[in-house]
Design a protein around this ligand. Structure first.
Ligand code: FES
Ligand SMILES: [Fe+2]
Length: 355
């Protein structure tokens, strides 16, 4: 499916962000991940349980049920399931049918979110989760806060395209994140390796965007450099360094850096989950600046601009019967590489299955 090859959706043998840790409580929730319904809850010892979310009896969504100690009870006819997927009770009969069990998904908590493995559980190696310290999320130099979530009616690759294409910042985010439309971003420098892409975008000289004036207590000319790191197929971390620029000498003096944290997880073929947070390496005071910034109206408005781009393009794809004609520009290099990388991961899995 666009922009991937026909018959390709998403690679499964990878870790994806399923939820914010704070979302998983003693009240079950359902999330559709890579086309599967998954029900999440916490057992009494605080562990996250992730099970197939559709009751194997007659298909009722288990998340509408309730927990009896560490078991989830289907509200339709009362079948109960443990966190390991075993059915422990069929109220209408003594014998539990052998086939009556739920698939379980490997999960683990890192930083502020829950990661899930949607593929072959035998291959679920936690060492494959991106290193959160290296990504700066747990680096003490930065204060990071998560919590933003969008249920996006648009295919996940559109969100990756957006995050690998910061050339949209001065335009789509005119007046919010990107400043007032000035200072088009230069063609990115792109490097890549196994399952990662790094790209550097710069705005050499712009007026300090209004939200940064407030955060950095500085107004005047700045240079802005974004180093974006994509840990395929889910996580993006963008280091956004801002320097005060002396217009006469061209000297740049660092003011601080923001960290824009994004995770994208496919829901269905045409919808996605988008998790977002913010960090900063200055003003390490309470209350946490990142927390206030992450939940600020400005950040939410900017994210809604990105989400609306995915929604609008999804509509265009639908109108053009799933094949969107495109003229790709030099500035699309990183996004194109991201698409190829995701396609490569899908193809590897197809080859492994055939092998
Ligand atoms: S559908 Fe769940 S118990 Fe019948
Ligand atoms: Fe954006």
């Amino acid at each position: 499916m666009y922009p991937l090859e026909t018959g390709s959706f998403a690679p499964r043998n990878h870790w994806y962000v399923a939820a914010w840790s704070s979302e998983i409580t003693r009240s079950p929730i359902e999330r559709i991940l890579l086309g599967d319904s998954v029900v999440f809850f916490r057992t009494t010892d605080g562990a996250v349980a992730a099970l197939a979310g559709i009751c194997p009896h007659r298909g009722f969504p288990l998340a509408k049920g309730e927990l009896i100690a560490d078991e989830i009870e289907c509200p339709y006819h009362g079948l109960r399931f443990r966190a390991d997927g075993a059915c422990t009770l069929v109220p209408s009969q003594k014998v539990v049918p052998g086939a009556c069990r739920l698939r379980t998904y490997p999960v683990t908590e890192r930083w502020q979110w829950v990661w899930i493995w949607m593929g072959d559980p035998e291959l679920a190696d936690e060492a494959l989760i991106p290193d959160h310290f290296e990504a700066k999320l747990t680096d003490p130099e930065f204060r990071c806060a998560g919590g933003n979530y969008f249920d996006v009616p648009g295919r996940y690759v559109l969100l990756h395209d957006n995050l690998l294409d910061l050339n949209h910042v001065p335009f789509l985010h005119k007046g919010t994140f990107g400043g007032d439309g000035g200072g088009a971003i230069q063609i990115p420098e792109v490097t890549s390796g196994e399952n990662w892409i790094s790209c550097t975008f710069t705005q050499p000289a712009i007026d300090c965007p209004p939200f940064l004036v407030e955060l950095l207590s500085y107004s005047g000319l700045v240079s802005r450099k974004y180093v974006s790191y994509f840990y395929a197929p889910c996580l993006h971390v963008i280091l956004d360094s801002i320097s005060a620029l002396d217009a006469e000498t061209g000297e740049a003096k660092p003011l601080g850096a923001l960290l824009h944290i994004h995770a994208v997880t496919p829901a269905t073929e045409r919808s996605s989950h988008y998790f977002q947070g913010e960090g900063q390496n200055f003003s390490h005071t309470e209350p946490c600046l990142s927390k206030a910034f992450r939940s600020s109206e400005m950040v939410k408005a900017a994210l809604e601009e990105d989400v609306s781009a995915a929604i609008e393009i999804e509509k265009s794809i639908e109108l053009t019967n799933g094949t969107l004609p495109e003229i790709l520009l030099l500035a699309d290099k990183a996004a194109v590489l991201g698409r190829r990388m995701i396609q490569g991961l899908i193809n590897q899995e197809k080859t492994a299955v055939r092998g």
